[in-house]
Design a protein around this ligand. Structure first.
Ligand code: 9MR
Length: 459
């Protein structure tokens, strides 16, 4: 870490954390049979990471930061990366006309939750506006456009972001420079130029180069290594390298820790910036167990190297992952499933961060309540009833609303509310929950003031 820098804001304020806890836990479990339910780690991941002075981060989508998604993002992670909100095509779709709405929302959410933000990303060959990619530029013009973009975007958030992925994916697989608008017009020094502009715009932000398939020692990571060494020798501001880590089940590079260490030995920080581990669907218990081992290995490799600042997952739930859209037949790549239930990988991250998890009981049916969307006066919720080692032929779920919420509509269950007491029973067609199966019902409700997640009881 650089020494001549202003001190970083504390990553977490106790008050914020307490407030987050009091607004309710992310996933409330109710047991029909079996021992104590613990669906999450015994301590939030961010507490474990804080204790080791590491970041445990997640990429997020700004529009989803409410309800259960927001609860988990805010309570389990101490760092956020905007998945798309800070990319050039998002913030300046028309030249000179800016849209900071989603980026601002994420930064404000992070500040309210005592989280640090990783800005992503300033110079890339992808997700650029068409006015930029279709323009014909002289080197002087394009250099000025680049300088202005960095000054504007980094300057907007000056002092508020911990880190910037300044340059994204500059190399091809064989370690040669990727042929992009930037490289073709400005030559390889576009990288030094971007870093220098970013340092000028926010002297406190840590500046990174970020790439994929550079997790192990290979031709591409060696090209990145040589670049970082030469930038350091030239006095160009470079603070760290991001290893994206979009991994495939069974293919975690054996040389990951060695590779992290060699970058650290150059005098830069290292971060795992976009971790996900995809598998061929369907996900099976065996594949999820292997995935957990691999998540643990990746996080442990970072924990083992002091200059590895932390691990960010590229989406924390399978409902917010890029994998199924891009790799047909693949998915289940993140630590939580599509219904926000923690997968074995979640417990494995906790373990690698020095924590413990109490596994969910194997002989029980449980009900989990989640808020899937929320607006100023209303919200949509769902309850998922899942059985493992037991089965149901009918079910009834009840809870008490403590903050004046009122059910207005339900589907896949009959719900009644008397005062604060809500009871929902199965519809004619979904009373049966087989061993290993699950049933979900949904509802709309009104709220005002606060909307804490209630504890649900399954009968
Ligand atoms: O998660 C992002 C996804 O929503 C976009 O559609 C995609 C477009 O390329 O970019 C994804 O994020 C990428 C990240 O910015 C850089 N590394 C690779 C990530 C996955 O494509």
């Amino acid at each position: 870490m650089r020494t001549s820098r202003p001190p970083r804001r504390p990553r977490t304020s106790l008050r914020t954390r307490l407030a987050a806890l009091l607004t309710g836990v992310s996933v409330a479990g109710a047991l029909l049979a079996g021992a104590t339910a613990a669906h999450a780690a015994d301590a939030p991941l961010r507490d474990l990471a804080d204790a080791k002075d590491k970041v445990i981060g997640t990429a997020v989508t700004g529009s989803r930061l409410t309800g259960t998604y927001g609860e988990i993002a805010g309570t389990e992670f101490n760092g956020l990366t905007p998945g798309n909100a800070m990319k050039w095509g998002t913030v300046e779709p028309v030249r000179g006309s800016y849209d900071w709405a989603e980026a601002d929302r994420i930064v404000e959410f992070a500040e309210a939750h005592g989280q640090q933000v990783r800005g992503h990303t300033l110079v890339w060959h992808s997700q650029n506006p068409s006015w930029l990619t279709n323009g014909s530029w002289t080197a002087a013009e394009l250099g000025q456009v680049l300088d202005d973009h960095i000054a504007t975007e980094v300057g907007r958030y000056e002092g508020r972001l911990a880190t910037w992925d300044v340059v994204n994916e500059p190399f091809d697989e064989d370690g040669t420079y990727r042929r992009t608008l930037w490289y073709d017009t400005l030559g390889q020094d576009y990288i030094a130029r971007a870093l220098t502009a970013a340092r000028a715009a926010d002297p406190a932000a840590e500046l990174y180069i970020n790439d994929y398939n550079v997790e192990g020692v290979n031709a591409k990571s060696t090209a990145l290594y040589d670049l970082v060494r030469s930038l350091k020798e030239r006095g160009v501001p470079i603070d760290g390298v991001g290893l994206q880590a979009h991994l495939i089940l069974g293919q975690v590079p054996a040389s990951l820790q060695q590779n992290i260490q060699r970058f650290a030995d150059l005098g830069v920080d290292v971060a795992i910036t976009e971790l996900d581990i995809r598998m061929q669907l369907p996900a099976t218990p065996a594949k999820l167990a292997q995935q957990a081992d691999e998540y643990e290995a990746v996080v442990a490799a970072c924990v083992a190297v002091s200059r590895c600042t932390g691990v960010t997952v590229w989406g924390f739930t399978d409902s917010d992952s890029w994998i199924p859209d891009v790799f047909e037949g693949y998915g289940a790549a993140t630590p939580y499933d599509e219904d926000y239930a923690p997968k074995p990988a979640y417990g494995a991250i906790a373990t690698a961060l020095g924590g413990t998890t109490t596994p969910p009981p194997t002989d029980a049916c449980t009900a989990a309540y989640t808020v899937t969307g929320q607006w100023n006066t209303g919200f949509t919720g769902q309850v998922r009833i899942a059985c493992s080692g037991a089965a149901l032929s009918s079910w009834k779920v009840s809870w008490t609303y403590g903050a004046g919420q009122r059910i207005t509509q339900s589907w896949n269950a009959g719900c009644t509310q008397t005062g604060t007491q809500v009871t929902c029973s199965n519809a004619a067609y979904n009373g049966s929950v087989p061993d290993g199966g699950a049933v979900t019902f949904g509802f709309n409700a009104s709220w005002s003031g606060s909307n804490p997640v209630p504890t649900v009881t399954l009968a």
